[in-house]
Structures are given as C-alpha cells and as structure tokens.
Design a protein. Structure first.
Lengths: 155, 741
C-alpha cells in the first residue's frame, strides 16, 4: 500500500490508508507540525496548505487524492527565506497566539499568487479562516503592505 | 510548605499600599534553580534573570505564552531597570518548579485585598488555590497566567524589582574590581561604566561576581520619565517563530514510540460509562487499546486519525447522571423563579439600599447572557508518559505550569516530586486552560497509566473540546432603578443569578446615592469557568445596557447621561470623552445607522467603546467600526496593548453577535464552528484604539477590552432601530423594519 507524497520538494514513500486525512499524514507521518488541527471539517482553515499552488484545507482531503501532486506547507513556503507575506506579518505584528497563522499565511499567499492586488472585498471573500485572537485588522494591514510593495524589512 | 525569604521594601504606591518585593533566595537555593534553568555559560543572578558570558540576558517568565505578548512586556520591565541593551534580551518559560513560583502575582493580589478570604480570591485563581495546597498560602506556589495580571502583578512587584536589584549587584561587582566607590559608576546598554576613568565592563564579564552578592530588598527604581524601554512598542519576541510554523504548541509534542488517544466523553456532564463493545474496532489497523474510564472511552492507536475513526465507530452507552432532562429552557425558568422567590444574598448596599424601591418611579428590566465556550484554536490536548519506575512526565499548554504539575500528581495519585511538567505555548486559552479546568490533563494521565512506558498524546476533537468545556455561565440579571423627575437614578437595585460567589463586577461606577446588590445562587450540572474578562463579561453588558435604557427613558443623550453620573470620576470621564470624541459622537448619521457607547472598568483598566452599526430594512446588521479609548495607567508596550484591545473587541463581537452554547437533554448542542460561529475577516469592523496615559497604577491588557463591546453594539442597534436587545446573542433577534417599534 505504498504511496508517494511530494511535500516541500521532498518525495516521501508512505504506508498509509488512501483515505487518511492529508493533515494528519503531514503532521504525524512527516512530523511537519506547522500545519494545524483546528476543526477537522474544513470550517476554520488552520490546516490550509498548498496543493499544486492552490489553497486546500487539508483536514478533509484524503491523502490518496493528492498522491503525485506538489504539496507545500508553511515550512516550505519561503524556500529557506521569509516571503513578503511573512515579512509583512512581522512588520505589522500580526500573530497573537499564532496557532491559526500558518493557515492564514498559506491562504493569503495563495490568493496573492493569482490576484496580486485584491480589493478589501476580494480579500474578505477569499480569506475565511478563523482567528480567535482577533488579528483580522492587522491581517488586512499586512496584506496592504504586501500589495503596495512598501514592506520595510530588508528592502 | 516552602519558606521563602521575603523582604519589605520601603515606600508606598499611589494607592498607599506597601510595596512587597519578590523574595530572593539564599545562594544554596539559587544554585539548585541554576541547575534547572541555566545552560552552560549562563548564570542565574536572581530567580528570574540570567546573564550569559556573551552578555545575553534571559528573563525567566513564570507564565505561559498564550499570545498576549507578556514575554516581551515583562522582559521590557526587567530590562528597563537593568539598563540592559534591549537587543541582547531574551525571554524563556520558567520551569514548572516551586523555585520559580510566582510570588509577586500572589503578593499583588494580597496587596489589593489586604486580607484574603475565599470570596476575595479572584475567580481565575480559585482553582490554583484549591489544586495546589488548598489554602490561601497555596498562592505562593502558583504560576498562573490569567486575570490580566502579568504586567500589573508579576511585572510591577517582580520583574522591575528583580531588574533593579541585579543592576545594583553588577555595579557592586564593578566597584569591587576597581576598588572604587559605587557612586562612581553608572550603567548603560548592558555595561557598567566607571565615570571618572571611562573604563567599563560588560554585564557578562561581571555576572559571575555579581551573583555572589545578595540582591537588595529595596533597589532604587527608575522614575517613569527615565524610561527608554518601557512604554515603547518593542517587536514581540514570539512573533518570528509564529510566521513560519516553527513554534511547538502543546499539540505539537512528538515523542519516540508515542501513541495517540481520541476520546469520547459522556455527553451529559457527570454521566458515567455504562458499557462499550470493543468489537467494531478491535482489529482496526493501528489500534492499540480501548481504555474505559469512569465517564469516557479512549481509543489508543499508532496515529491520531486511526484513533479518531475508531472512537467514532464505537457505540458507548453512558448514563445521564440524573441530568438528562435539563435544557437551556429549564435553566432559564429556574433563574426567573429564583429571582421571583427572592432568596437573595445581599452583597453590598449603599444609602437606603433596596428600600429606595419603596417610593418613586421604578424602571425594571431583566437581561440574560448565554453559556459560551472558549473555543481556542488549539483544541485541548496533553501528552503524558507514565514510566515503569512510577514517575510521570507531562507536556501540555495550560495557564499554570506549576499548578498543572500538582494537578497531574493528584490525578496519578503520586507525589509532585515524581512529576515533571513541560509547559508549552498555547494556541489560545481565554481562560480554558486555567487551574482545575484541566479535564484534558486528567484523561491524558489516566490513559497513560494504562500503558506504562508509552507516551500518550490525547487530543480532543473540536467537537469534544466544544462539548466538554467549562463555560462562561448563563446569567440572568434584574435591575430596578428609581428615577427622579429629571430621569436621573436615585436608587439602583440589582439582583443577579450566580453559580459561584457574589460578583464585585456588578457594582457600578455611576453616582447613585442608594444602591443594593444581591446574588441569587442557582447551581446546575453544567461546568462553568472563567472566560475572557470573567464576571465583567456579563455585568458589563447588563449595567451598560440598563444605564443606556435609563438615558433613553429620560430622553437624554446616553453619553451626556453617563457624564452627569461621573462627575467625581475623572479617569472614567476622560476615557468616555476620548472614545466619544474620536468616534465623532456628535456628527449626524444617515438613516439606518446608529452609534452606541459603553464603558467598563475591570482588571485595573477602563475601556470605553463607541460602536457604529448599519442595519438594512431587511434587518441585516453590519458593525461598521469600533472606536476605543483605554486608560491602563501606562502601556508597557503600546502596540501590544492595542493588539490586545483589538483582539478583545473581536472576541466580544463574536460572542455578542453569534455566541451561544445551548443545553438539550443535559448535553451541549453545539459541536463545531458551523454551529458555534466566529467572526471572520469579512465581518470584522475597523477598530481604532486610543490609549490614555494617567497616573493610575498599571492595569491589565488582555481582558478589559471585551466587556464593553456587546453593550456598545446593542446600544447602537437601539439608536438605529429602536429595538432593545436584552438577551444575547444578537442574531436571535429580528432587526428589520417589521420588528421595529
């Protein structure tokens, strides 16, 4: 029952049931714990990662359905360096507890990849992840910094 | 009982209280603490401050990181007095050991309450007191994070004094080296400088010598005007590791050979497990064991998803503990009946108290708030390893490392010395992880003891987390006010339901000459506990709704009405006025829009919010913006303080608009975020926070922003529509044209 999973550029050989949730395979088989468990039913977005560049809530994705796809988690997002989104998150001091922020950053990064200058309405329609600490105003501000290209850090 | 040398420090605070500093240790105990907390090349100079050879200063924080930024703000307070080079300051979590108990937190409350009684113990600490030593003296063994207390207790009574004492020890060390008088030295940027010669030493060079001196019990503290680190928006230490997935929360604990537990607890609180058949899952891949506990069943498997799908496939039978008929309706009926029966425990009376109701025009209103779950993003979980030698090791995110250690020892029936507890950052808490709300620790420990030698990570699913919380209580409150001919209150009688003690948060700041408060105790089987802002979360809504109703009854502007009752409360008045001014209170609004104002003081901080709402003819509500003013004395980290108010507003909005846990057949109905809705980005208003500086003692940051949110919004809804909401959540009420008076 071997399965090949390409995560962050590394191909892993796995012995798991095809219907195992991608989230738990990523966390418990690959020990990539940056992707979080929040609800288990795709309601909160804490488990958001990229499958072929698209944002996916991995808690309800069967691992068998993404064998052969290119999967990116928060750990693989910047290929060693922080991305402009992550820089903006630090500049605006976005996270509080930080638990939802991997999912937020993955969701925002995927949006900006296809729509580099979303309107506020487009941002709100696209980013439906839950943050219990209430960092939404800073998320908005951080996204504006990224889209305006005015990030101050290291530029 | 641990004895700790405690020193009294001369001088008085603004409120006239004696300042009690942190008790520093004799060197023998410091050496033992050094073994626990210091790495090679580091020296623990006093309990909470380490200085390494390379000048890195580590502040050891006796709290958990739940996202409020206290590791940074407490370090700022220590570093300020230490004259540290901020670039070389770090923070780390204190070991869960009595040597690192948070004495200043305890003493902070002792100062405020002077004389402790069971009722004067703040709600968020009651569990800690009960679960450690069972006495008020147990206070000295706590590491609780709650009550918005880190800065105003640990910081004020601990970190500041520790920093100043260490600075003096470093100066003494330099003076000894140069055989020069202490007065010839000054400190700056982590260096001790001999002013006459210009010769200087780094703190790292001096740490070993400095550590040999006894810390002064009364170090000289800086004046506020000398601050260069406190009062600045220093970037938080914890944020870089929170943007790349690097932080390891409790749930991220991974140990070799670990197994995973998924649990199903009796749906009715207090119900017991009657029977469960292993047959459906006994041969499932990876399933190791099916553990039957008193009131729950746990499946242990080699992977969490296997444990979870197995537990879902079981059909355990639980009894209902005699509470199978309880519902939100029956609880509500009991509240109303209890208020009518008048079995009231008088709490506080001023003037002629309830006798004020005997004459004049009485305005009576009844309000209610529902049960609420905490629903932190990280579902509760714990990892436990019970070793064959009878010792226990536990990894979890809680709001009290030391208290958790004692609690786990009790759950395992072993001595605390045989327990190691590793406190990890939490993915939100909001009160859920406070002392004694630790069902997740109990289940993890009991399950691990069934598999000695094997680490067990027990994770609640979101559904179990939501259905087995300790809820913000469902509270009903009745107000009766006597008003004079001008509509101003001259009598204020408030009786409210409580499942605990009387609440001082019910007491109003408004100048009403006759007041009486009564608590009516109604206990149910639903477990309750502190929820961000605790009692203020309900009394804030009740009081600020009722005062608004009185203003409208008197045909007076709600802001001006409040002002008239706050003439002798300059800080409250200033806070209210600033929020109103920044919100443009007097500027006209288009039809369909309304503004509401509310102000609550709690945890030493006054917060006023003005909410602006828009409601369509069809009744669709939008909270457009919230303008906030807060007086916390001084913000140690202003940007961090603003973030806490923003977060508290959104937390309060989720609750006010949508939040409701209902009980049916004795169990919680809601299961997950679809039926326990949270505010999302699309609904989030603009939030504009203004900080007032005052001479008041430092106030809390995490909680005080929450209570005034709900009444600011419901008052705004009334202004826009004439619909008065007396029961939360708002979404249960029709607001469209047809529903308006």
């Amino acid at each position: 029952m071997g399965m090949r999973l390409n995560v962050n550029g590394v191909v892993h050989e796995l012995d798991v049931e095809p219907d195992a949730p991608l989230l738990w395979v990523i966390r418990d088989e690959l020990n990539l714990t940056g992707t979080k468990f929040g609800c288990g039913i795709s309601a909160c977005g804490a488990c958001t990662l990229h499958v072929n560049g698209k944002p996916v809530r991995s808690c309800t994705v069967a691992v068998g359905s993404v064998a052969g796809a290119t999967i990116t988690t928060i750990e693989g997002l910047g290929a060693g360096a922080l991305t402009a989104v992550q820089d903006a998150w630090i500049e605006h001091q976005v996270p509080q507890c930080g638990y939802c922020q991997s999912g937020m950053i993955m969701a925002v990064s995927a949006l900006l990849a296809v729509n580099p200058a979303p309107t506020d309405d487009q941002l709100a329609a696209s980013i439906t992840n839950i943050c219990r600490c209430g960092t939404y105003p800073r998320i908005r501000a951080a996204v504006r910094t990224v889209t305006a290209g005015t990030g101050g850090r290291g530029q | 009982m641990i004895t700790r040398r405690r020193f009294l420090i001369g001088g008085a605070t603004a409120t006239g209280a004696l300042i009690v500093g942190y008790g520093f240790w004799p060197s023998r105990r410091l050496a033992r603490a050094g073994v626990l907390a210091a790495q090679s090349g580091e020296r623990l100079v006093v309990s909470w401050i380490k200085i390494a050879d390379d000048d890195i200063i580590s502040v050891v924080i006796p709290h958990c990181d739940m996202g409020t930024g206290i590791f940074t703000s407490l370090s700022q307070m220590a570093a300020e007095e230490l004259d540290a080079d901020w670039g070389k300051v770090r923070a780390e979590t204190a070991p869960a050991d009595p040597l690192f108990a948070n004495g200043p937190l305890a003493e902070g409350f002792l100062l405020n309450a002077r004389k402790m009684t069971a009722e004067s113990i703040p709600t968020f600490l009651r569990g800690a007191v009960a679960s450690t030593l069972g006495t008020i003296a147990g206070y000295v063994d706590l590491q609780t994070t709650g009550g918005s207390a880190a800065v105003r207790m640990t910081g004020i009574y601990g970190m500041r004094i520790a920093g100043a004492a260490v600075r003096e020890m470093l100066v003494k060390a330099a003076a000894a080296r140069m055989s020069a008088p202490i007065g010839a030295f000054r400190t700056e940027m982590s260096r001790v400088i001999h002013a006459p010669s210009g010769k200087s030493f780094s703190y790292g060079e001096l740490a070993a010598t400095a550590g040999r001196y006894s810390p002064s019990s009364h170090p000289t503290l800086k004046a506020k005007r000398e601050y260069t680190i406190v009062g600045k928006s220093m970037p938080r230490f914890d944020i870089p590791a929170k943007v790349n997935g690097a932080v390891r929360y409790g749930i991220d604990t991974q140990l070799p050979g670990m197994v995973y537990g998924a649990i199903k607890i009796s749906p009715v609180f207090g119900g017991k497990l009657v029977s469960v058949s292993d047959a459906p899952v006994a041969h499932n891949r990876g399933v190791k064991k099916i553990v039957k506990l008193d009131d729950a069943v746990v499946v242990l498997a080699d992977r969490f998803w296997r444990a979870r799908s197995a537990v879902d496939a079981l059909a355990p039978v639980f009894d209902d503990g005699g509470n199978g008929d309880v519902s939100s309706m029956t609880i509500r009926d009991r509240h109303i009946a209890a208020l009518k029966a008048g079995k009231i425990k008088q709490d506080l009376a001023m003037g002629i108290g309830a006798d004020a109701l005997k004459s004049g025009t009485v305005v009576e209103r009844v309000y209610n708030v529902p049960y609420l779950a905490h629903a932190a993003m990280e579902p509760v979980n714990a990892t436990a390893l019970y070793k064959p030698d009878g010792t226990l090791e536990v990894w979890a995110a809680t709001q009290d490392g030391l208290g958790s250690r004692a609690f786990c020892a009790k759950a395992a029936g072993i001595h605390m010395d045989k327990v190691a507890f590793h406190l990890l950052p939490s993915g939100g808490a909001f009160g859920r992880r406070l002392p004694d709300l630790w069902n997740f620790l109990t289940y993890a420990v009991k399950t691990a003891m069934v598999m000695p030698g094997v680490p067990v990570k027990l994770i609640f699913t979101r559904e179990q987390d939501m259905q087995h919380d300790f809820y913000r209580p469902n509270v009903t409150s009745r107000f009766r006010a006597v008003v004079d001919t001008g509509g101003m209150p001259v009598g204020w009688v408030n009786d409210y339901i409580t499942d605990d003690e009387a609440n001082t948060e019910a007491h109003i700041v408004y100048a009403v000459s006759n007041q009486a408060y009564g608590a009516v105790k109604v206990a149910t089987h639903v477990p309750t506990g502190p929820w961000r802002s605790v009692e203020a979360s309900w009394h804030g809504f009740f009081v600020e709704s009722f005062i608004d109703e009185l203003a409208h009854e008197a045909n007076r502007d709600p802001l001006e009405y409040r002002r008239a009752l706050l003439k002798d409360k300059p800080r409250h008045l200033a806070t209210l006025n600033l929020a109103a001014e920044k919100a443009g209170w007097d500027t006209p609004l288009p039809s369909g829009r309304g503004r509401g104002i509310a102000m609550v003081e709690c945890f030493g901080t006054i917060v006023a919010h003005v909410a602006e709402v828009e409601i369509t003819d069809d009744g669709v509500l939008t909270v457009c913006c919230v303008t906030s003013a807060a007086d916390c004395g001084m913000a140690v980290n202003p940007d961090g303080f603003r973030a806490q108010i923003e977060g508290a507003v959104i937390f309060g909005l989720s609750a006010a608009l949508y939040g409701e846990i209902t009980i049916d057949h004795g169990a919680v109905v809601q299961q997950n975020f679809p039926d326990y809705r949270m505010m999302r980005l699309a609904e989030c208003p603009a939030i504009d926070v203004h900080i007032l500086e005052s001479d008041a003692p430092l106030g809390g940051a995490g909680e005080p922003g929450t209570p005034p949110v709900a009444p600011a919004v419901t008052n705004a809804i009334f202004a826009a529509t004439g619909v008065r909401i007396r029961e939360l959540p708002i979404r249960n009420h029709a607001l469209g044209k047809a529903a308006r008076p």
